[in-house]
Design a protein. Structure first.
Length: 257
């Protein structure tokens, strides 16, 4: 089984260095998406959180940095990334339990647990719908192997009553996400993420609740960058997004925030 060696890794800062993550130089590397996902979760100290497909642990580490005292577990299919998630938990002095498993075949011990929150950043593309990746790990992370419906099924089973699922995905997968919620999760809210004002949303964050009965809500798009176009080198995040990415602030935009 392939494992990463130190020369194949880089140590990258998130949240202005509050979180430091070892990532492969060639392979799947976390960007802003898992940070935005973590910022959307209204978790409280003492609650339990499960991340499905945690990769090297960027999202769950950012959430744990913002909300101390969480009981956190990550599930990751690829053992090299599961090992990195454990290493990153040690790197950030966080008590994260990492389980190397297929989310459709979770170990019995994990299937006996329920969580207040489940978070997920599934592969964005249908199998074969994106350019082939030279690195197999990156290919698995980007291209769907496990159907999106199975992610929702696993999340619904692992959520405690009234628990929340938060998932970030490409906007064109929203119909599949809404369909997967039917019969599993309710009180669905969708927060579109648009790069700039006047542009279509490329990503969405979906929130759904186990046992929820509230009406569906489609929120106004959250704009990531200032201005209507990229005009110069350097960052151009809006003040809210900058607070999220640099200071670890919560992501406003859902009904209770």
């Amino acid at each position: 089984m392939m494992q990463f060696t130190d020369p194949e890794l880089s140590l990258n800062d998130f949240l202005n260095g509050r979180v430091r993550i070892w990532q492969p130089l060639s392979g799947y590397r976390a960007g802003v998406d898992p940070v935005l996902l973590a910022a959307a979760v209204p978790a409280k100290a003492g609650q339990s959180v499960l991340e499905l497909g945690c990769g090297a642990g960027a999202a769950i580490m950012c959430l744990m940095a913002r909300v101390p005292g969480l009981n956190a577990t990550g599930v990751e299919l690829q053992s090299p990334y599961a090992d990195l998630a454990s290493r990153n938990a040690d790197q950030n002095a966080q008590a994260l339990t990492v389980v190397q498993a297929d989310l459709s075949k979770l170990p019995t011990e994990l299937k006996q647990q329920q969580f207040d929150h489940v978070i997920a950043n599934p592969p964005y593309y249908l199998a074969g719908a994106h350019s082939p990746a030279a690195d197999s790990g990156r290919g698995i992370a980007l291209g769907e192997d496990t159907p999106l419906r199975d992610w929702f099924d696993c999340a619904a089973k692992r959520l405690a009553p009234r628990g929340y699922l938060h998932m970030i995905q490409k906007a064109d997968r929203l119909p599949d996400m809404l369909s997967a919620c039917e019969g599993r999760l309710g009180s669905v809210e969708v927060l579109p993420l648009a790069a700039r004002a006047g542009r279509k949303a490329e990503l969405v964050v979906l929130r759904a609740r186990k046992g929820g009965r509230a009406a569906f809500q489609l929120h106004a798009p959250l704009i990531l960058h200032k201005g209507v176009r990229h005009e110069k080198d350097g960052e151009s995040y809006t003040s809210q997004i900058s607070y999220v990415l640099r200071d670890g602030a919560a992501l406003n935009g859902f009904s209770d925030q």
